[in-house]
Design a protein around this ligand. Structure first.
Ligand code: ASP
Length: 298
């Protein structure tokens, strides 16, 4: 596997292998140094905490050195350097590039001019494939499988790239049903819905479906992607997961969130058994180590 640009780069058996490999890596006292003498460039043109740090840590665990930046400030991008020139330069300094960028398609573009592997760590409102592997691994840990479950994706289904990757990745499995819960202004994109090969329904009021849901995937309203701030103001508090909502959920249901959360999940929900978003974040390093294994082919 040279590049990882979309979740469509993973087959069903790739997902199964990644889950197994992550299980193994989590139990290893010492990690195999498959990236020894290698350099991983972390080219983060947009802010990041978890993704940047966990890719960094995963690379170091496997024996690599890392170079890079998080945010355009302090780089020549601030002087107007274009993406193509930055990628060409990184080809001289590194063996692999992990890229995050505000433009949809930036990772694909980078992979086309790069001789070395490129991993998409989030491109605009398009995709965030490695986050989905973390999301699915968390589901796999909690339910032992993905098939047969009922999902509810709630919040900003229009601009959240994690939603696009999640919905697309589900086409590799057999979900029972997927509820897309959002205000009409933030509904999932038509081009994504057209690709889905499983039963789904768009819903505005979560009360209609909450009792059926096994996995509630909550998203942050993606303020930075709104073309107009006043549009954001209208929808910013569309849904809040609070104790009242949790009381309506099944006892064995789980709540996921890619983080960062703003106010879409109340702090008091954190201590409920359904809250799995910190467990989810804890899998970021081993899952990304497994992803590096896929790229290296070992
Ligand atoms: N951290 C995730 C992303 O980069 C989710 C979010 O920002 O809301 O897409």
């Amino acid at each position: 596997m040279k590049d990882i640009i979309s979740v469509y780069d993973f087959s069903k058996s790739d997902f199964d292998e990644l889950f197994e490999l992550t299980d193994k890596l989590r139990n290893m006292p010492i990690f195999p140094k498959i990236l020894k003498e290698k350099t991983v460039a972390l080219a983060f043109f947009e802010p990041s905490t978890r993704t940047y740090l966990s890719f960094n840590k995963a690379a170091i665990n496997l024996g690599a050195s890392t170079i890079g930046f998080s945010g355009e400030e302090g780089t020549s991008i601030a002087k107007g350097e274009n993406l193509a020139d930055t990628i060409r330069m990184l080809n001289n300094y590194a063996d692999m590039i992990v890229i995050r960028h505000k433009f949809d398609g930036a990772a694909k573009f980078a992979s086309e001019i790069s001789e070395i592997p490129v991993i998409n760590a989030g491109d605009g409102k398009h995709e965030h494939p490695t986050q989905t592997v973390i999301d699915f691994y968390t589901i796999y840990r909690n339910f032992k499988n993905i098939d047969g479950l009922t999902f509810g994706l709630m919040g900003d289904l229009r601009y959240a790239r994690v939603v696009n990757s999640f919905l697309r990745a589900l086409t590799r499995f057999k979900p029972k049903k997927v509820y897309l819960i959002s205000p009409p202004q933030l509904s999932a994109r038509k081009e994504i819905l057209e690709e889905l090969n499983y039963p789904y329904r768009e819903v505005i009021d979560y009360n209609e479906v909450i009792e059926e849901i096994d996995v509630l995937y909550v998203t942050r309203i993606q303020k930075e992607r709104f073309p107009d701030e006043s549009e954001y103001e209208k929808v910013k508090e569309s849904y809040v997961v609070d104790m009242n909502l949790v009381s309506k959920m099944r006892k064995d249901a789980i709540i996921l969130h890619a983080l960062p959360r703003v106010n879409e999940i109340s702090r008091e929900v954190d201590k409920t058994p359904q809250a799995k978003y910190f467990e989810q974040a804890s899998y970021a390093v081993p899952v990304r180590m497994a992803i590096f294994h896929k790229i290296v082919g070992e």
